[in-house]
Design a protein around this ligand. Structure first.
Ligand SMILES: NC(=O)c1ccc[n+]([C@@H]2O[C@H](COP(=O)([O-])OP(=O)(O)OC[C@H]3O[C@@H](n4cnc5c(N)ncnc54)[C@H](O)[C@@H]3O)[C@@H](O)[C@H]2O)c1
Length: 376
């Protein structure tokens, strides 16, 4: 099959910029993909971050000034992975330069910023999506399909969350994700919230109200230069929400934690109904739990999952899926949808979904401040 080449530029060559570069480098893993990304340019303020990209032979431009990349007619799509206070400026600059955009979450430092980015995307006519990779896991795809099939019966409750323990060690140096000025007042909500909200929002489960319990972690951390730095962001968030599920008022809990003992990167989803249920966690990435009942019995069925990803790959069907695989699946979805060949498969988070997640985060901040339930 002939595959169209799309030129990509990356702004922000840190943790995520490198992850994305590596996903392009093994694009040959995908079968029947009508689009092939070619990473041609990278911009980062830090020359040391840029030098990592020396290993990518297709890169023709490395620059500390992202405007130089945006001025290049050589770049079709730009992926931006920078601290949150820079999202709005850089995303708007990408759109004004006439490029398509895969934006990192949380899509602006706060709700107003997210709305302005969404509106600029609409008025520019460019193709814009927001990064969120976990729905591309086979277990999540299976959960979505079962929920949509209607076999769950009367809905009882939903839990969707993302836990890690990256802030448990008090000696870990502070970085921009621990400070409101750079991560946003929303703190952990901006860091992990899109991951918890994306599947519920895609299923149409928009909270009608939110009661939030937000917690802070260590107020100071080593600054990495011999001193201490103030860390003022929320670290843990439990959002107790009401959603309308098949006409039933249903409780949905959204959990985002950077202080979750024992968790490295645990994304999870549980949906329970009177007739059926689904439960999936990256803690056991090949295990899918589904609940059934009948003839007086109830049982949880444990299914071993294989490599059932939306975009087919060379990887054998019995093997396990990992983080780099779903990052690649997300990019396959972005490029396929941009080309109009998504063909009913799961698409990346839309600007409206990103704004909807920020509406939840803004309501959570208001709830925390007032100690009361906030309507959306
Ligand atoms: N989808 C995911 O799973 C996931 C995971 C982690 C982070 N993220 C998101 O990715 C984004 C970046 O996070 P990260 O962990 O990669 O951060 P990082 O700190 O590792 O990397 C950010 C990079 O941006 C560069 N940078 C800063 N200002 C710049 C500018 N003006 N021009 C060019 N480069 C600039 C920095 O030098 C740094 O190399 C954030 O929005 C974050 O929320 C997403």
């Amino acid at each position: 099959m002939e595959s169209k080449t799309v030129s990509i530029g990356i702004i922000g060559g840190g943790l995520m910029g490198r992850e994305i570069a590596s996903c392009f480098a093994r694009w040959c893993a995908l079968l029947d993909m009508p689009v092939t990304p070619e990473l041609v340019a990278v911009a980062d303020l830090n020359p040391a971050a840029l030098s990592w990209f020396d290993r990518i032979p297709s890169i023709r431009l490395k620059t500390t000034d992202y405007q130089e990349m945006l001025a290049s007619p050589d770049v079709d799509v730009v992926y931006v992975a920078v601290p949150h206070q820079l999202h709005e400026k850089l995303y708007l600059d990408v759109l004004n330069a006439g490029k398509d955009l895969l934006a990192e979450k949380p899509f602006g430092i706060d709700l107003e910023s997210a709305r302005r980015i969404r509106d600029a995307g609409v008025s520019s006519g460019r193709f814009v999506r927001c990064s969120s990779e976990f729905p591309f896991l086979p277990g999540v795809q299976r959960a979505i399909a079962l929920v949509k099939s209607g076999v769950l019966g009367r809905p009882l409750e939903v839990v969707s969350g993302f836990h890690h323990a990256s802030d448990l060690d008090p000696d870990k140096a502070a970085n921009w994700k621990r400070m409101s000025a750079t991560c946003g007042e929303i703190g952990v909500l901006g860091d992990l919230g899109m991951h918890a909200c994306h599947v519920p929002l895609r299923l149409g489960w928009r909270p009608k109200s939110v009661y939030a319990q937000l917690q802070k972690g260590y107020p100071q951390r080593p600054d990495g230069k011999g001193g201490m730095a103030d860390c003022d962001t929320w670290d843990n968030a439990m959002l107790h929400t009401w959603i309308d599920l098949d006409g039933q008022e249903t409780p949905m809990r959204l959990e985002m934690k950077r202080l979750a003992p024992g968790e490295t990167n645990t994304w999870f989803l549980e949906v329970l109904g009177t007739e059926g249920g689904v439960r999936f966690s990256t803690k056991e990435p090949k295990t899918f739990w589904s609940f059934e009942r009948g003839s007086g019995d109830q049982w949880w069925k444990k299914t071993d999952l294989g490599f059932g990803v939306p975009f087919k790959t060379v990887t054998g069907g019995i093997f396990e899926v990992g983080f780099p695989d779903i990052i690649q699946q997300m990019w396959a979805a972005y490029l396929a949808e941009r080309e109009g060949v998504l063909d009913g498969r799961f698409g990346c988070a839309t600007p409206d979904e990103a704004v909807a997640s920020q509406e939840i985060f803004a309501a959570a901040l208001a709830s925390q401040a007032s100690g009361s339930t906030v309507s959306l």
